[in-house]
Design a protein around this ligand. Structure first.
Ligand code: PLP
Length: 368
């Protein structure tokens, strides 16, 4: 067994008890299993502060991208047009999804260090009345920037647009009142802030919007409407479900409740993140995102100006000391990323900063 904790944005470090759940082989058609699926679905609505008479949940096999793709190709019809707001790789991925499925779209592209501007969205909507949907990422895991979904939701709703949010790396770790924001579709996945393992994504959506998805998807397996139609009455998945992942996720949701819900988890993540940024700053590592926009999920760091550090060497040193960090995803600057979500506590952040401090002191050992 490899002995390290993941400081990555998902898959992330899970508890022993979540991993234990996967030691059971469960059949998919019996009533207990279907009930577990139903409990997950209703539990997710509670976490999202949604009235079950207005909202519903669909679980979709695959990683997070499958959920985003399913939502876009099932909700945006041939006569519709989606405005995709991007300031990172995951926003750009939505454009790729639209491209590959020939979904009509328009792209509002922002720099990676700048948040999506609701005023610009309003202007675009005014000049392009054919736009029917607006999509954006909440926590852009590419950099760690946290977009302001509330301001964009307001503009989208004032203009009567369907509003889609990729809250993959924030849902469960940052409070989101989906109903108050009037979000139509919110997508997240099992292996991020709920602290489960990879294997499915979930879509929290207004029932009336899911009903409008009928017949729009150009894909069979990613058809959100069909998946919902099968799952909604009984909890039966349309095709083979990731049983072990589902059991682990049910446990992870129970553990989130025990921790005190999303607000308590958010406090832990914020504390982790603040310690990390302060500790790294003291060692000469500046973060890429301005503090006002920094998410409590993941942080992009520049290398110190006067030191030359090779990522693989740095990574290996940290791994040998019990943690896995993440490469950067910027083209314009050499960076790396550190996630602070999952079964990670302030003492992990302190340990990490201490070991990086030691690396800096014995840097000659590790430099190429
Ligand atoms: C993780 C993530 C996704 C999904 O990526 P997968 O590799 O398909 O799991 C999408 N959007 C954001 C913001 C993410 O962090």
């Amino acid at each position: 067994m490899l002995g390290y904790k993941l400081l990555t944005p998902g898959p992330l470090t899970t508890t022993e008890s979540v991993k234990q759940e996967m030691l059971v082989d469960h059949c998919t058609w019996d009533t207990d299993y279907m009930q577990i699926t139903q409990d997950i679905r209703s539990g997710l609505l509670e976490l999202a502060h949604c009235n079950p008479e207005i909202y519903t949940t669909v679980l979709m096999q695959g990683s997070g991208t499958f959920g985003v793709e399913s939502t876009i190709i099932s909700s945006v019809g041939k006569e519709d047009k989606i405005l995709i707001c991007s300031n990172g790789a995951y926003g750009l991925r939505m454009c790729q999804i639209a491209e590959s499925a020939s979904v009509p779209y328009m792209h509002y592209r922002e720099a990676f260090d700048t948040i999506i501007d609701a005023k610009k969205v309003a202007e675009i909507l005014e000049n392009n009345p054919d736009i029917t949907h607006v999509a954006m990422v909440h926590s852009e895991t590419t950099t760690g920037i946290l977009n302001d979904i509330a301001s964009v939701a307001k503009v989208a709703k004032e203009n009567d647009k369907v509003f889609i949010v990729d809250a993959m790396s924030s849902f469960g770790g940052v409070e989101i009142d989906v109903e108050a924001l009037d979000i139509d579709f919110l997508v997240s996945s099992a292996n991020k802030c709920i602290q489960g393992v990879p294997g499915f994504s979930f879509i929290i959506a207004k029932t009336k919007e899911i009903e409008k998805c009928k017949g729009k998807s150009c894909s069979l397996s990613l058809d959100l409407y069909d998946q919902w139609l099968h799952m909604n009455p009984s909890g039966k998945w349309r095709f083979t479900s990731p049983t072990h992942v589902v059991l682990a996720f049910a446990k992870a949701m129970e553990e989130l409740q025990k921790e005190g819900g999303i607000s308590k988890r958010e406090m832990r993540y914020r504390k982790n993140n603040a310690l990390l940024i302060a500790g790294m700053k003291a060692l000469g590592f500046q973060s890429y995102v301005k503090s006002a926009y920094q998410s409590p999920i993941i942080t992009t760091f520049y290398y110190p100006e006067n030191k030359k550090i090779a990522f693989m060497n740095f990574y290996t040193y940290i791994k040998e000391n019990g943690y896995a960090i993440y490469p950067g995803k910027l083209t314009e600057a050499e960076t790396f990323r550190v996630g602070n979500i999952g079964e990670i506590y302030p003492e992990d952040m302190e340990k990490l900063c201490n070991m990086i401090g030691q690396y800096m002191d014995t840097e000659y050992l590790y430099n190429v």
